[in-house]
Design a protein around this ligand. Sequence first.
Ligand SMILES: C=C1C[C@]23C[C@H]1CC[C@H]2[C@@]12CCC[C@@](C)(C(=O)O1)[C@H]2[C@@H]3C(=O)O
Ligand SMILES: O=C(O)CCC(=O)C(=O)O
Ligand SMILES: [Fe+2]
Length: 354
Amino acid sequence: MASLDISSMQDVPENYIWYEDMDPPHSSANENDIIPVIDFQGLRRQEEEENIIEQIGSACKKWGFMQIINHGISEKLLENVSIQGRRLFSLPLEQKLKAKRAPDGVTGYGEARISPFFSKLMWSEGFTCVGSPVEDAKKLWPEDHQNFCEIIEEYEHAMKNLVKRMMSLIGRSLGLSTGDFMRRCRIQDDSYGKALQTGALQMNYYPPCPQPLRTMGLAPHTDSACLTLLYQGEVAGLQIQHRGEWVTVPVIPNALIVNIGDLMQILSNGRYKSRLHRAVANRSRSRLSIAYLWGPPPRDVIMPVPQLVDSKHPLLYKSLTWNEYLVAKSLHFDQALQLFSYNTSFSSDGNLSF
Ligand SMILES: C=C1C[C@]23C[C@H]1CC[C@H]2[C@@]12CCC[C@@](C)(C(=O)O1)[C@H]2[C@@H]3C(=O)O
Ligand SMILES: O=C(O)CCC(=O)C(=O)O
Ligand SMILES: [Fe+2]
């Protein structure tokens, strides 16, 4: 755990320098090759639904990423959750460390979980919630955590509903009926209330950085879950690896970025792939991003959807649970997906059983 307070640094220490030259490949997309923006307004009209599903399918295939607008999440809620996030990260470091994530834990405050796989430190801090954040919030604000908790829970609930809508559209883009696909992905119906929370809310904070082109906000990774909904606020910084280049995702006010995670790559039998992405810091502005990573109940067994396996598309992945996958990811990082793949000869070191 980096106990240095990067927010107050005037210079960048050596162990935060990732690039020596000032001109790393931060290129932008070709004008005709931009990350798809999909307007959900059209979903109100039946005759446009098929067209939108097609756009979603092609975005998932080509990019594994898209931005959605008019998605129904209010501007007010996006603003409120950002305010609470900024309120959290502006606490003094020693206060934030009271809610420090345990080495084997999921929730709480800390440096990026993927840090152990890199020799340099990242220019960011994070905070993770699963369901009610009350335990951690009490440590941060012993007297005053209610507001934070209410807004986080409202946001998680809204995200979960949007994930459901999104998953049903993604299923249809794969030619699958909604009900069947939802069962395969183990999306719970909410008839018994908010019940099971199987998503994680990750807030990432990138303080202004004197040398943004030499540092790394969040190192290249793919998301492990099925689907991620990301709000990047008003400051750009997310970059996607696309055709060998890093492409910056432009800021569109109130848009949400949707991306395919590793589990969706498995469920779709490789039709849709999780893509590498990273985040860079900004010289003059701090940046807050809020990701909701949705996956199935952690112990439920999932597998490639049988309708997507045929003679032209052989079965690519083994059955697994999200729990097993997260363990594999924490041990093997970018090799984890290969461990569950049939068509590679990557050999396990014996830490995992199949
Ligand atoms: C349920 C999850 C998924 C986690 C781990 C755990 C909670 C937080 C997620 C993230 C969020 C930030 C990027 C990432 C790469 C990270 O470092 O923590 C994610 C990771 C993963 O997608 O593997
Ligand atoms: O800050 C960003 O834009 C990226 C965050 C991210 O990739 C994540 O939380 O998984
Ligand atoms: Fe990510």
